[in-house]
Write a protein that binds this ligand. Structure first.
Ligand code: TYD
Ligand code: MG
Length: 451
């Protein structure tokens, strides 16, 4: 008799290992390894025979395409991130921290779709019917075509989907689902992988659009194998600070649209509400006469988003200066401070520096470099930058300010929001035409910035 083999897997991210380990190499969590029977050699993959028909070989030119139709959710922030609505038969993964509002968002999607007379099935493996009803009551009145199914056995769920053929299915969450054929525990790599494969086949085979909720690990990736993200059509991340009411939905992968778009929501008493003009919200309640604050502009897809950057530079009390950043890349801040030190001679060697993007936004576009530089300079010199100033441009290692994309769109939006002064790259001169009501200050090198 061969001995039953067991493996160890991380209960946080699903990393599999032949031996027990204290720290998971995958997600760096401690003490998360659990023993589970190995499912090597089980006939899982051949046992799944639902959905998509394995087709014959055809030539590309002979394939007839229907016009890509999309289901509008009527939540425009979500529709935009999805690339114009839900594609029929697509599989979308939504990841995010616990309590950020994934279930709330998807329940609202269900309500909105039901209001447009689509058949929706909400499958929950995490909460009871009563709990979901409590949440639904906060959101509003639901029509009868939103069906609720509390179940974790995916074979049963698949059967229900095949019988009822709803238009849209929500699976909350993939980590709680299990299949009988797979021996390991729910949430393990094999379970998550096979469950997703089955859902993929159902989606493609029946033309049902499926949303799946995925838990995230400590460092913010969807828990389980990276393969999960490869398998699905669209990956969205729902992020934001817990104590802040604003939430950002970000596309990370999208087979049917761009991944640059973001959707902004606010968590209210009656669920999530859309924030149509995030800049206005992010900039509200700004200090008017504080040094170290400046507004910068980051393009998120087609929309320019204005954010406030705050810097605080203070003399250090310890040997090693402290540097901290929230909302922007820490290394980018260090790099820009090194450029400032070398090119303008600001002595940061004995200064602590804290940089913060307000409103819980995370920005990664290099165009905010100039905003960071001006905020740091302003705090260092203790000079106030007037509140109607906006600054954008990429800063290079020799202090030069480089051009960024869509300058005109940014400037026009700045005018619309009432800004009076704009620092922008000198090389952008050509691309800005007939803008009124704003003073444009073209900067070639950060040496030229006069606060
Ligand atoms: P939830 O959707 O359960 O989060 P997830 O599924 O991502 O874990 O979000 C729940 C949080 O949202 C909870 O902290 C309560 C809050 N909330 C509101 O503030 N207003 C509301 O109307 C609802 C439904 C939830
Ligand atoms: Mg939830």
């Amino acid at each position: 008799m061969p001995k039953d083999k067991t493996v160890y897997f991380c209960s946080s991210c699903g990393y599999e290992s032949a031996k027990w380990m204290g720290q998971c190499p995958g997600c760096k969590e401690w003490n998360t390894f659990k023993e589970a029977p190995s499912d090597k050699g089980s006939k899982v993959r051949t046992s799944i025979k639902r959905g998509i028909e394995s087709g014959a070989i055809v030539s590309v030119s002979s394939i007839e395409t229907k016009k890509e139709e999309r289901i509008k959710t009527n939540i425009s922030e979500l529709d935009r991130v999805l690339g114009g609505g839900i594609v029929w038969g697509s599989l979308t993964l939504i990841g995010g921290d616990p309590g950020i509002g994934k279930s709330t968002l998807l329940l609202q999607v269900c309500k909105s779709l039901a209001d447009s007379n689509y058949e929706v099935l909400y499958v929950s493996g995490e909460e009871s019917k009563e709990q979901i009803k409590l949440r639904a009551d906060r959101i509003g009145k639901f029509k009868d075509n939103v069906r609720l199914y509390c179940e974790t056995n995916l074979d049963d769920i698949a059967q229900v989907i095949e019988e009822k053929k709803p238009d849209v299915v929500v699976i909350d969450s993939i980590q709680t689902m299990y299949m009988d054929e797979v021996q390991s525990a729910p949430g393990s790599v094999s379970q998550v992988r096979e469950a997703t494969a089955l859902l993929m086949k159902l989606a493609k085979g029946l033309g049902v659009s499926i949303f799946i909720v995925g838990h995230v690990t400590k460092d913010g990736n969807v828990a389980g194998p990276k393969m999960l993200e490869h398998m699905v059509d669209t990956v969205l991340y729902f992020e934001g600070e817990r104590h802040d009411s604003y939430r950002v939905l970000r596309g990370v992968k999208n087979r049917f649209g761009s991944t640059n778009e973001i959707g902004v929501f606010e968590m209210c008493n009656s669920g999530l509400s859309e924030v149509g003009n995030p800049s206005e919200v992010l900039l509200s309640g700004r200090p008017t006469d504080a040094s170290g604050c400046v507004v910068s502009c980051s393009m998120e897809g087609t929309r320019p988003i204005f954010i406030e950057i705050q810097a605080l530079v203070t003399p250090t009390n310890f040997g090693i200066p402290r540097r901290q950043s929230t909302g922007v890349d820490y290394n980018r801040v260090n790099l820009l401070m090194a450029v400032l030190e070398k090119k303008i001679g600001l002595p940061f060697g004995n200064c602590d520096a804290y940089v913060n993007v307000t409103g819980g936004m995370k920005v990664s576009e290099p165009a905010v470099d100039m905003g960071l530089v001006i905020a740091i300079m302003s705090s260092f010199h203790n000079k106030v930058v007037s509140e109607d100033t906006v600054a954008f441009g990429e800063v290079g290692l020799s202090g030069e300010v480089r051009n960024v994309s869509q300058v005109e769109a940014r400037v026009k939006e700045a005018v619309k929001l009432g800004f009076k002064k704009c620092y922008l790259p000198a090389s952008a001169k050509k691309s800005v035409k007939d803008v009124k009501d704003i003073e444009l200050i073209y900067v070639e090198n950060i040496r030229d910035i006069r606060l």
